[in-house]
Design a protein around this ligand. Structure first.
Ligand code: FES
Length: 120
C-alpha cells in the first residue's frame, strides 16, 4: 500500500493504489487549497488548477501527466509560472495525480521568482 508524506504538514498517510492525491489529502485533513479556493474549486475535475503540489520524491510512482495538466501549463498563467519557476521540480495537480507507490508531496508551492531556471 503506497504511503504519501505531506512534507509541510509533517503527516504520513496510506493511500490505495491508484488513488489520487486530492482524495488522499482530503481524507486525512490535509488542506490543499488556499484562500477562496478552500470554498470554490472544481472539486477534482482538473479545471481550476488550485490543487497544485510539488512531488518532492517518488515521481516515478505517480501517473503520467494527462492532457488537462499539459494543457493548463500553457493556459493558466499562475500554474504556468509555478511550473516554469520550479522547472527542476515536479509540479502536479493533486486531483489528476494517481499514486502507485510512496511519494513525498509539498502542498502550496510558491512561485520561485529567484530560481535559476526562471529567467532562462
Ligand atoms: S481541484 Fe481543481 S484542478 Fe484539482
Amino acid at each position: 500500500m503506497p504511503t504519501v508524506k505531506f512534507v509541510k504538514e509533517k503527516v504520513t498517510v496510506e493511500a490505495k493504489d491508484g488513488e489520487d492525491l486530492r482524495t488522499v489529502a482530503r481524507r486525512n485533513g490535509v488542506q490543499l487549497y488556499s484562500g477562496p479556493h478552500k470554498i470554490v474549486n472544481c472539486m477534482g475535475m482538473g479545471t481550476c488548477c488550485s490543487c497544485n503540489v510539488i512531488i518532492q520524491s517518488g515521481q516515478q510512482n505517480c501517473s503520467p501527466r494527462g492532457v488537462l495538466e499539459r494543457l493548463w501549463k500553457w493556459l493558466n498563467p499562475l500554474l504556468g509560472l509555478k511550473m516554469l519557476s520550479n522547472a527542476d521540480k515536479e509540479v502536479r495537480l493533486a486531483c489528476q495525480t494517481k499514486v502507485h507507490g510512496n511519494v513525498e508531496v509539498e502542498t502550496h508551492p510558491a512561485i520561485n521568482w529567484h530560481g535559476e531556471q526562471f529567467w532562462n
